[in-house]
Design a protein around this ligand. Structure first.
Ligand code: 48H
Length: 250
């Protein structure tokens, strides 16, 4: 077993896979709960899906639970999705359940990959490709390049649909806002109000610009709705809705 063979195996297979994902049906930015759920339903329907995640770890805000108490709360409406992923729930009150945050995100990650979606971690989306008033792809760079403030030019990926699942910062939409000026606006999220934040989320999950869909916390940030704290039912339902909107369009 020679070291250079191990290196070659890693580099060769990674590069092959990256090349095969330069043209995808859907590019999802962010591997938090909403991005993973969205990817799962799209991949299950046979679409070619790549998730680009800035961090080393997968899961966005979910593994941290609420203030590092690594349990999450989900509502009755999202129970079916949790069941589909085989996550164990504990009934807490009439309409609320709790779950282990690590078990939940592990199940989401594993089943999403098994459904056929590919997660590229340590890669950040720093720009989008726009053609004829339509988002047609994302622009990537290594997260390490960003952290080190290196001047290294990025690479582009073509996608029939792009999903902003970047959470509170709604980064892809913020980029689009900068590029389009008057034609596109991100309002920014409001203060914490669990009930209002959760109920607004489904409606805010939509195609916000031709080719660009938004789900999860980013959807509320773009629309100027409330945050909701460590309750995750809305994130899951939002990811699923984004997938069904995209499936209806592709
Ligand atoms: C690549 C990027 C980029 C980029 C960001 O924050 P997330 O967990 O997002 P959601 O919407 O799936 O879930 C939100 C939830 O975790 C949460 O924060 C809640 C419920 N908050 C309520 C409250 O009141 O606080 O995941 C987003 C992911 C992260 O992993 C980022 O690293 C990643 O997106 N990301 N990846 N390129 N430009 N920007």
């Amino acid at each position: 077993m020679e070291e250079q063979i191990i290196s070659k195996a890693i580099i060769e297979t990674y590069i092959k896979e990256l090349i095969s994902y330069l043209d995808v049906d859907v590019a999802i930015v962010g591997a938090g709960p909403s991005g993973l759920i969205c990817a799962y339903y799209l991949a299950s329907a046979g679409k070619k899906v790549a998730i680009f995640e800035r961090h080393l770890k997968i899961g966005g805000g979910m593994p941290g639970g609420g203030m590092m108490f690594n349990r999450i709360v989900v509502q009755e409406e999202a129970r079916e999705i949790m069941k589909e992923f085989g996550v164990r729930l504990k009934k807490y009150s009439e309409k609320l359940y709790t779950a282990d945050a690590i078990e939940t995100i592990s199940a989401f990650t594993f089943k999403t990959i098994k459904a056929g979606a590919k997660i590229f971690n340590l890669i950040s989306v720093e720009d989008v490709i726009i053609r004829e008033k339509m988002i047609t792809g994302v622009v990537l760079n290594w997260t390490a390049v960003d952290i080190a403030h290196l001047h290294v030019d990025p690479l582009g990926v073509k996608a029939k649909a792009v999903v902003d699942a970047t959470g509170h910062d709604s980064e892809v939409c913020r980029i689009v806002e900068r590029k389009l000026g008057e034609d596109f606006k991100v309002i920014g999220e409001k203060s914490m109000w669990a009930e209002k934040g959760e109920s607004a989320l489904t409606e805010n999950t939509k195609e916000v610009y031709p080719g660009l869909f938004v789900c999860g916390m980013a959807a509320n940030a773009v629309a100027g709705s409330h945050r909701m704290g460590a309750i995750f039912g809305g994130m899951l339902l939002s990811g699923k809705k984004a997938a069904s909107l995209i499936l209806g369009k592709l």
